[in-house]
Design a protein around this ligand. Structure first.
Ligand code: PMV
Length: 337
């Protein structure tokens, strides 16, 4: 008798960014971060531990996982096996309903769904904190996809104290997150390298010193539903992260002076957002480790934003997807075979 468990998780968008690690092996971040789960994208993952298997079998989006993905997932299953005290190999099937090119990182939803499905299939009953810790070990920001709605990942100082907890449920605030997709190429500089290089920026210490204040503003404006305060803090915070990236010193590429995730279309949208605000449309942006721009507005302004954005994207040749704040990782099916 084997238990097959299917779990669902959404990616999350950081309102306060995680940039730089205190412990690279354990994914302990240098700073706390705040995020919201994105409804428009979903990862579904099934896990079944089966006695007869010689090795873990991993299928992603209908195909055998490549070597790098396979070994990263096996390492994560090993963590679950160690917790459960079992040696059995597993069959893992995972699929995303959003293309890898959507400008939304899939590793957060992937490791959140995998952690929940694998822990449950192994017979573990992990509380939300233990589950968030497990997800973090697989991929740092995955820990924020475990709680429902808006989450804060408390940096902590060791494995047991670094995990995400809920700040507010998904229905706390009718925010919309519109992801403007202006480039579908995989990014040239993975976020792992960005984290590693962050401390080479002469401004990194200044960013860390500013963050407690930013976290407090974002936390408070979120709870008070103060959109202007939230938006301004989120926008400045994203630019602060990118300033660190741009002023870091990549070691391996001597021709490269810093990490530039922005493209001309990114800057054009930044300027469009400022123009829309000046014209009375309250919308703010944030940008992750890539060129695509995430736009935040309240539900009442979504139609106006889409109209304004469609005009810009027609010229830039991009598209967009719209999310609402979403629930956390959850089990959606469980069966015995
Ligand atoms: O979890 P990682 O290693 O992919 O890092 C995420 C980095 C950012 O998306 C840029 C910021 C964040 O907090 O999600």
């Amino acid at each position: 008798m084997h238990r097959k468990v299917t779990a669902l998780a959404h990616p999350n968008l950081a309102l306060v960014k995680y940039w730089g690690k205190a412990d690279e092996r354990l994914n302990i971040p240098a700073n706390s971060s705040i995020s919201v789960n994105l409804s428009a994208a979903t990862t579904l993952t099934s896990v079944a531990f089966a006695a007869g298997l010689a090795a873990d079998e991993v299928t992603i989006n209908g195909q055998d996982a490549d070597r790098a993905a396979h070994s990263r997932i096996v390492r994560h299953l090993d963590r679950v096996r160690a917790l459960a005290g079992i040696a059995t190999r597993a069959r893992v099937t995972s699929s995303n309903d959003f293309p890898a090119s959507a400008g939304i990182a899939s590793s957060a939803s992937a490791f959140a769904a995998l952690s929940l499905a694998a822990a449950r299939a192994a017979g573990l009953a992990l509380d939300p904190r233990a589950l968030s810790i497990l997800a973090r070990q697989g991929s740092g920001s995955a820990c924020r996809s475990i709680p429902d709605g808006f989450a804060e990942w408390v940096a902590g100082s060791d494995d047991a104290s670094s995990y995400a907890c809920q700040l507010a449920p998904a229905d706390h605030w009718d925010l919309r997150i519109t992801t403007a997709i202006i480039d579908v190429q995989p990014k040239e500089m993975p976020s792992s390298e960005g984290h590693r290089l962050a401390q080479t920026s002469p401004f990194y210490r200044a960013r860390l010193a500013e963050l407690p204040r930013t976290l407090e503003i974002v936390r408070r404006s979120l709870l008070d539903r103060d959109f202007r305060a939230l938006g301004l803090a989120v926008e400045r915070e994203a630019v602060s992260m990118h300033a660190i990236a741009m002023t870091a010193s990549p070691r391996q590429e001597e021709w490269l002076s810093g990490i530039y995730y922005w493209q001309p279309a990114t800057m054009r949208l930044i300027q469009a957002v400022q123009g829309w605000r000046r014209a009375g449309l309250p919308v703010y942006f944030t940008i992750d480790a890539g060129p695509n721009v995430h736009l935040l507005c309240e539900g009442a302004n979504q139609a106006a934003l889409e109209q304004a954005l469609a005009g810009e994207l027609a010229a830039l040749g991009g598209s967009f997807i719209v999310s609402r704040p979403a629930a956390g990782a959850r089990v959606i099916a469980e069966s015995r075979s």
